[in-house]
Design a protein around this ligand. Structure first.
Ligand SMILES: [Zn+2]
Length: 317
């Protein structure tokens, strides 16, 4: 079963539990997004439906057997209430579950900020409703995974056999509150409670951060924590492509990574032109379905089949 474990769901409607900050809406993000989806000119009130339809169509037209669809939780106050003013992006868990119910290839990955006061109740609820993992982005959701107050939450995750897919290292797309919260060493508390932790992007800092690198920390931590993994999502993009070579060069990393795209982050096959040649880069660039383009680009640079299949085995399908 070939699975892309890292596909973002987006929406604008409050009735879908969605929040998009004014800064993001007014900037270039909306036109860029609709272009990436081939939905130029879609009015905002139709975006939610059009995005979900596109996702389902592209999944069905790809070689993928499954995709993990990510909800996105907001920022919470010290007392655990949703902080609407600080939250820049939010996509509701129930909306994510509802969209996934429209196709058997879609699996919900709900999102829970452990700072919310009902975090454990919400975890149990979405587990019951079929969430196959929990998505987090500590940098932008404004929580420190090492906070001892979250120990019980991590323990419950481990009891339920619920893995987390958590963004690691620097975040660029969703405005960050504290970039330190994304450091891989901050995952120790969850790892020690026995949670299966999937570090998104294998903690690569990205090409914009040449003076600080987190990939090696993640790689060293693999030796001590057999419950630590990584995903190779966004490694066909301009900002993270060097990391796929680091992964392919390490026997240890090769045993512990799963495949993702980070859709709708654009795939850019020309970043691998040295390895695959101009003709192949051009062929890949012409693939209009971004999920298929990501998969074929990984194949072209030699990512083996077992990595495409490992995600479905690791998540709670
Ligand atoms: Zn992502």
């Amino acid at each position: 079963m070939i699975m892309d474990v890292h596909v973002h769901l987006l929406g604008l409607k409050p009735e879908h539990g969605c929040i998009i900050g004014k800064k993001l809406l007014r900037g270039p993000a909306y036109p860029l997004l609709t272009r990436a989806l081939h939905l130029q000119g879609t009015p905002r009130e139709r975006l939610d439906q059009a995005y979900a339809d596109r996702l389902i169509a592209w999944t069905n037209l790809s070689e993928l057997d499954a995709i993990g669809v990510l909800a996105f939780d907001g920022v919470y106050t010290k007392t655990g209430e949703l902080d609407r003013d600080t939250t820049q992006v939010m996509v509701g868990n129930d909306y994510c579950i509802e969209v996934c119910s429209r196709s058997e290839k879609l699996y919900p990955i709900c999102s829970i900020n452990p700072q919310r006061k009902d975090a454990i109740d919400e975890l149990e609820r979405v587990c019951e409703l079929g969430s196959v993992a929990i998505k987090m982005l500590p940098n932008s959701q404004g929580f420190d995974p090492l906070n001892p107050a979250y120990k019980k939450f991590w323990q419950r995750m481990a009891d339920l056999g619920m893995p987390i897919i958590t963004h690691t290292s620097f975040e660029h797309t969703i405005p960050p509150i504290n970039q330190m919260y994304g450091r891989p060493e901050r995952l120790h508390l969850a790892l020690e409670q026995g949670v299966t932790v999937i570090a998104a992007h294998c903690a690569g800092s990205g090409v914009a951060h040449p003076f600080h690198e987190d990939f090696h920390t993640w790689h060293d931590m693999l030796k001590d924590h057999t419950n630590l993994y990584g995903d190779i999502s966004a490694m066909t993009s301009l900002s993270r492509f060097p990391y796929i070579h680091k992964v392919l060069d390490s026997d240890l990393a090769m045993e512990r990574v799963i495949m993702g795209s980070d859709f709708p982050i654009p795939v850019n096959p020309f970043v691998f032109v040295k390895q695959i040649g101009v003709k192949e880069a051009r062929r890949l660039s012409k693939i209009t379905n971004p999920l298929q383009k990501n998969l074929e680009t990984f194949k072209a640079i030699g990512v083996p089949q077992e990595i495409f299949e490992r995600g479905a085995k690791l998540l709670k399908l």
